[in-house]
Design a protein around this ligand. Structure first.
Ligand code: NAP
Length: 244
């Protein structure tokens, strides 16, 4: 059984909603301390009120798509405030379905900022040995099944997630000699605010066990962040109910 102590601190981005919220709540339920990051304070506080051990949830309001080059310094500031980290779950992200003829360079860059550059630079900060617990520390990024099997209209989104999967594999292999593990989890349609935006019409009849729940993804993320996954790195786990 997976268990953590409150001295094991995890950064969870996108913890105000959906998958990030589920990851934060599950880590907390299993005994860990969570530094929960997002822009919306009200929703972060809502997540905290749902938690089993609210005293071990620490809220940080931050737009992770701004000043991306400063994110490694931001992680160090968090370390100075809370102590070294055991893990990082990069869950913040946005979705968009748009035909190629409608894409706009500036808007596409904004999507890449939060879906790709932000997790890469948060990972750079976390993997600085001054900021993590060393051997056994772990990073998990929420990518997407769309980063591997791309549907029409996913020019921007699939590009950002495919790039994230490839980059995290490279980082994982670079860091394996330090026993720091890096993996991706790639869900298909999960019932969150984002899925509502993306349109559930894609999903009609596609998922024999129904649309996914954030908890399904959170269980895999928490396993990968735990000691139970100690020989697992550079992988991308697709969670899609066998749909693709
Ligand atoms: N739902 C799905 O079907 C699905 C499928 C595959 C992959 N994913 C991936 O799963 C991850 C989580 O998505 P979700 O479905 O849980 O969506 P969600 O419920 O909309 O949650 C997105 C989270 O990202 C945070 N966020 C967005 N922009 C941010 C920014 N600039 N700075 C800081 N935080 C930001 C949001 O917080 P604030 O708004 O409070 O800042 C929110 O907590 C994303 O990376 C998404 O691409 C989702």
């Amino acid at each position: 059984m997976i268990q953590f102590t409150k001295e094991q601190r995890f950064i969870v981005t996108g913890a105000s909603s959906g998958i990030g919220e589920a990851v934060a709540l599950r880590l907390n339920e299993l005994g860990a301390s969570v530094i929960a990051i997002a822009r919306n304070e009200e929703r972060l506080l809502g997540m905290k009120t749902k938690s089993k051990h609210p005293e071990n949830i620490y809220i940080e309001i931050k737009d992770l798509a701004e000043n991306i080059e400063q994110l490694p310094s931001y992680v160090k500031e968090l370390k100075d405030k809370y102590g070294k980290f055991q893990g990082l779950a990069n869950c913040a992200g946005v979705g968009r379905i748009l035909p190629l003829k409608s894409i706009d360079f500036t808007e596409m860059q904004k999507l890449f900022n939060i879906n790709y550059f932000s997790p890469v630079f948060m990972t750079k900060g976390f993997t600085d040995k001054r900021n993590n617990n060393g051997k056994g520390s772990s990073v998990v990024c929420i990518a997407s099944s769309g980063g591997v099997h791309c549907d029409p209209g996913m020019t921007e989104y699939a590009g950002s997630k495919g790039a994230l999967i490839a980059t995290m594999q490279a980082i994982a292999r670079e860091l394996a000699p330090s026993y720091i593990r890096v993996n991706c989890v790639s869900p298909s349609l999960i019932s969150t605010n984002m899925a509502d935006e993306i349109s559930r019409s894609f999903a009609e009849g596609k998922y024999p066990m129904g649309i996914g729940k954030p908890q399904y993804v959170a269980n895999t993320v928490v396993f990968l962040l735990s000691k139970q996954a100690e020989w697992i790195t550079a992988q991308n786990y697709i969670i899609d109910c066998g749909a693709i």
